[in-house]
Design a protein around this ligand. Structure first.
Ligand SMILES: [Zn+2]
Length: 322
């Protein structure tokens, strides 16, 4: 399910494309009339024989059948002349006035189903929105480098960071490939700079490419949208996006100024999405104990009980790279 924001943008682009096609057609028609005055004459006559044909059929006066046959014949002859004229005087498709999409005639819907053309535009708009938000815009599973994770063994975790991250990478790839709305939510937990944002972004891109509605936000942006709505109701669309999308990614939970209001907003988004069986991916630098201390038992137990927790280990990659 695409968000209202993405859907509005996609619809606007479809309408724009239809208007552009219409404008090209009208310009071509004007040019064609100027170059071939016979074409304008033919169109005029065709319109009038069309109208006469309709009224002859409707009125049935006099020898209606003969009149109808005569008009039909004239109509056929004029159409043929017009086709011939277009073929000789203009390149093919010059006067194309077919709709922007043959399946939905440019409405974006076939019955109650979204047409492929509008779906494709939604995917593009969502990719654009995501790329604008993601830290580098170049995130992809292939770009994820395991070398930056130390392979020394941590006795307390019974693994090395590199082994753990290899597992996480495999898990995230599989998760993105198998994503469907309602699949178990994820909690990425680990210190800053261990690739949580990067892997969330990889999942976001892959799930978007597969045609699902994804919203990526930082915890700070999410809470300030809630704050804005409380005071001026201006960001209602944004909140609807947070509520309705197939996958909501909340990055950097725990870096915001935590107030009573933030705790209430977080509870609202986590709980309502769990109840609606919507999937959420939260990344945080907090561990289970910190989560409980900061947001209270109600939120912590929902996150730890219902989400699958994925731990991140290692040294800060960003410090290493520079
Ligand atoms: Zn269509």
């Amino acid at each position: 399910m695409y968000t209202t924001t993405v859907l509005n943008r996609a619809n606007a682009r479809l309408a724009q494309e239809a208007a552009r096609k219409r404008a090209v057609y009208e310009a071509h028609l004007a040019q064609a009339y100027a170059e071939q005055p016979r074409l304008r004459e033919l169109d005029r006559t065709l319109r009038s024989t069309g109208a006469r044909l309709a009224s002859a059929i409707f009125l049935r006066e006099g020898d209606a059948a003969a009149e109808v046959a005569k008009l039909r014949e004239e109509n056929r002859r004029l159409q043929a002349e017009r086709r011939q004229l277009l073929q000789t005087a203009f390149p093919e498709g010059f006067l194309d006035d077919s709709p922007v999409c043959p399946d939905c005639a440019g409405t974006g819907y076939v019955g109650s189903r979204m047409c492929k053309c509008l779906e494709a535009l939604c995917r593009q708009e969502q990719c654009k929105a995501l790329s604008a938000l993601l830290p580098t815009g170049r995130e992809g599973f292939e770009q994820f480098s395991l070398e930056v994770y130390p392979d020394r063994f941590y006795p307390q975790y019974q693994t090395s960071a590199r082994t753990l991250m290899q597992k996480n990478l495999n898990f995230c790839k599989k998760y993105a490939a198998e994503f469907r709305p309602g699949i178990r939510s994820l909690l990425f937990s680990g210190a800053t700079g261990l690739g949580k944002t990067f892997l969330s972004a990889c999942i976001a891109k892959e799930v978007t490419a597969r045609g699902f509605g994804v919203v990526y936000t930082t915890a700070g942006a999410l809470f300030s949208a809630y704050e804005t709505v409380r005071f001026e109701r201006a960001e209602a669309d944004t909140l609807r996006d947070y509520r309705d999308c197939d996958l909501l990614i909340i990055d950097d939970l725990g870096t915001e100024m935590t107030t009573q209001f933030v705790v209430a907003a977080l509870y609202e988004v986590v709980n309502s999405r769990l109840l609606a069986q919507k999937t959420t991916l939260i990344s945080t630098n907090l561990n289970e104990n910190d989560l409980e201390a900061r947001y209270g038992g109600q939120i912590a137990s929902r996150l730890i009980g219902s989400y699958r927790v994925v731990y991140f280990l290692g040294d800060d990659i960003r410090r290493k790279k520079t």
